[in-house]
Design a protein around this ligand. Structure first.
Ligand code: ZN
Length: 331
């Protein structure tokens, strides 16, 4: 269902607004967004988890939110609530962050209680992959589909599942951990403590590691130059940029990572039979450099009937995804 049709059917006027708060590992953002998907204002600031207490960070985000509301001049009655997206694990019901790996020191932080108390607005909290899946479904590449998988490939690999027209959470909010499916038995170690996970083979840090490990063969000049000559500074972006210039070493690394990604997607297709798999972050930047080997692996490892029915596409919202994630929690 389109956002416009949903708003009409549920009697919600399109000039209804939501405050969207994204709490990230390095930066946090507050946005004022209309439910029809227009971003009116946006401010961001460093999260600084080590220099500030979690409560100090939340207080600062409350101040930023109040400033944005005042500056926008919108009537308080048109603001229906606050949507918070943050790295999991979290308890959705109580809106408590449970020691997310990207926020060291944040143990059992009751985000929902704090924001409700200080902002006097109802608050919904969701993990960032799920919230972005909802945003891509309502406003982006997933519009009109009933079964979509959204997967973000960045520092980690996270996913959100929309199944039969609903966000699927699983028994205790752990559905969609597709980055931690095993692709290579006894493969490289993963930050989760297991080995050979998709995240250890196709995430940004995994691509950078592949580049560093392959240096011993001496085919690394362009990638190393982009990293300022220091192998420890190599990132996946350097590899993608070198590959875009036709560097064969970088192209080979992306082909390997893209193939692992495709094996993970083939497993996902066989398990869920989705209409669309929407890939964010690194795939948006790398495009076909990752998608072509991924599609080849899907053709090899998934059944043709399921693979043919599933569109593999880059995410559409770009920088707006963060802002719309919180709004999508209120649709
Ligand atoms: Zn893992």
């Amino acid at each position: 269902m389109s956002v416009e049709l949903f708003l009409i059917m549920s009697g919600i006027k399109s000039e209804t607004y939501v405050i969207s708060i994204d709490i990230g590992g390095t930066k946090s953002a507050v946005s004022l967004v209309s439910l029809s998907g227009q971003v009116l204002r946006r401010e961001s600031e460093p999260t600084r988890p080590t220099e500030r207490t979690p409560f100090g960070t939340l207080e600062s985000l409350v101040t930023l939110t109040k400033e944005i509301i005042v500056q926008s001049g919108i009537a308080k009655e048109s603001l229906i609530g606050v949507g918070v997206s943050a790295g999991g694990p979290l308890d959705r019901e109580t809106g408590t962050l449970l020691r997310p790996p990207n926020l060291p020191g944040w143990e059992a932080v009751p985000v929902k209680c704090v924001f409700e108390e200080l902002l006097n607005l109802p608050v919904r909290v969701e993990n960032d992959a799920n919230a972005t899946a909802l945003a891509e479904w309502h406003y982006g590449a997933g519009r009109g589909a009933r079964n979509i998988v959204f997967m973000t490939i960045g520092t980690g690999i996270g996913a959100g599942l929309i199944l039969d027209g609903k966000l699927y959470h699983g028994t205790n909010d752990l559905a969609g951990e597709l980055g931690h499916q095993t692709i290579l038995m006894n493969g490289p170690p993963c930050l989760c403590g297991k080995r050979g996970c998709l995240e250890a083979l196709a995430s940004g840090p995994a691509i950078a590691r592949l580049a560093r490990e392959s240096m011993m063969y001496g085919r690394h000049k362009r990638v190393l130059a982009l990293a300022g000559g220091n192998p420890n500074h190599i990132t996946a972006t350097h590899v993608v940029d070198a590959a875009k210039k036709g560097d064969p070493f970088a192209l080979g690394i992306l082909e390997e990572a893209g193939t692992y990604l495709g094996v993970g997607l083939a497993n996902t297709i066989m398990m869920l039979n989705p209409e669309k798999i929407i890939l964010g972050t690194l795939v948006v930047h790398a495009g076909d450099l990752l998608l072509t080997p991924a599609r080849a692996a899907i053709a090899e490892y998934a059944w043709k009937r399921a693979a043919e029915r599933c569109e593999i596409m880059p995410a559409a919202l770009g920088d707006r995804a963060q802002d719309l994630a919180g709004a999508a929690l209120w649709l």
